[in-house]
Structures are given as C-alpha cells and as structure tokens.
Design a protein around this ligand. Sequence first.
Ligand SMILES: C[S@@+](CC[C@H](N)C(=O)[O-])C[C@H]1O[C@@H](n2cnc3c(N)ncnc32)[C@H](O)[C@@H]1O
Length: 244
Amino acid sequence: MAFVIFVLQLVIYILLFPMYLLNFLGLWKWICKIWFPCFLSRFTVIYNKQMASKKRELFSNLQEFVGPSGKLSLLELGCGTGANFKFYPPECRVTCIDPNPNFEKYLFKSIAENRHLQFERFMVGVGENMHQVADGAMDVVVCTLVLCSVQNQEQILREVRRVLRPGGAFYFLEHVAAERSTWNYFWQQVFDPSWNLVFDGCSLTRESWKTVERGGFSKLRLQHLQAPLSWVLVRPHIYGYAVK
Ligand SMILES: C[S@@+](CC[C@H](N)C(=O)[O-])C[C@H]1O[C@@H](n2cnc3c(N)ncnc32)[C@H](O)[C@@H]1O
C-alpha cells in the first residue's frame, strides 16, 4: 500500500511540477501568503454555510465563560479572515493573532460587518509564542482549522493554557485524519504532500484530537464529526471545548 501511495504522490508531484519548481526557487511561500487569504475569503463563505449549525452549537455556551470584567475576553488564534465573528455574543472583546499579515484586509472587512463585537487588536504572530498576551488574560481562546497547519501543536496548547485565566475555555473545530482503515485516509495520504504545499502548510493527516486530549485541561468535551462538506478529504472533524 505504501508503494501505491508513493506512486500516486509522484503523479501529483509531476502534475504540480511548476508549483514545486516555484517552491524550490523560494517563490511559492511568498505567492502562497498572498493567494491563501484571497482563497480563504471565498472558501469561508461556503464552509460557514455548510457548518453554520455546528458552529452555532459549538459557540452556544460561550457566555458561561464571561470573567470578572463582565465582558467576554476572547482570543482568536489563527484568525484568518474572521470567519467566526458572527457566532460570537454581543460585546465580546475580540483579540486576534495570525502569522500572515495579508489577512488584515479581510479581517477588517469582517470586523466592519460584525458591529456587535468589541474589537481589541490584531497581532501578527504565531500561536506557539503569544508573548504579546499576558498570562491569564483571556476568558476564551478559539482555534478553528488551525491545528492542521501549525508547526508545534503541543506548544500551541501550552500557550493557550498560559493565556487563559483559571476556569477559562479553549474552543476548537478542526479537520483531522480519517480512520486509518478507510479509503478516505488512503486518499488523504496520497494528497497530503501537495495539499500541504498548495494550502499554506495544511496537513490532511493530523490526529489532532490526541494532542488536545493530552493538553492538560481539567475538563474536555471533544466530539468526532463527519462534516457535511463537499470536499471529502476534509470531512473528518473534531470539535468541542476544554476548560483550564
Ligand atoms: C485554514 S486557515 C483558518 C482560518 C480561520 N481560523 C477559519 O476558521 O477560517 C488557517 C489559519 O491558521 C494560521 N496559522 C498557520 N500557522 C499558524 C501558527 N503557527 N499560529 C497561529 N496561526 C497559524 C494561518 O495563517 C491561517 O490564517
């Protein structure tokens, strides 16, 4: 099976050779950082339509985590275009972090469309090192479709725990690896290297639930889901929240 996967990967490699060449020349990363936000702004509209009820369900109890300030302080990690803003409760104080500064234009459009929120700031940086955020400063951290792309999931969760106040919650919604015995997992493995290149470091085969389960939270609500998406490869999802 590993040989068949390798041959199929090679076929895709040949088909995408111009992209691999640009990557070899060091140009693809630069193109990708511009292309990806533009792609995501369109993809998000479709994804939000297909996942609206799940997102509403996921974020339905956010208010339970309002801290002593009386307003929910929420950090959106890997915020992208701000796809989750419309699911947040009124007067929620939103801080955003993302390593790609080219998202800013799309993010500000989402802010303008979601006047019910109180936007705090956008920081350019990675979730593995959120030094701009003080210890225990957040009631909630949200992370959707991000753990598939990060360099170090364990370090991200350590940082999430650091910035959350005691009793604060980490909300996640992530596409993950399919069950290993399925054809979907087979095709995820075939497409993984090229997918990673095209979609700015996103991996199809991460078993992110294992990292969340080992994340050191006091309470964890985690569910597996076959998301109602047209793209079969990203249908396996996990979602839920963990309390510090
Ligand atoms: C597929 S997009 C998802 C964006 C948004 N969360 C959503 O649900 O539409 C993945 C996002 O994670 C960001 N990202 C990648 N690596 C990251 C890291 N190490 N720390 C924080 N964000 C990261 C990307 O720049 C991108 O905005």
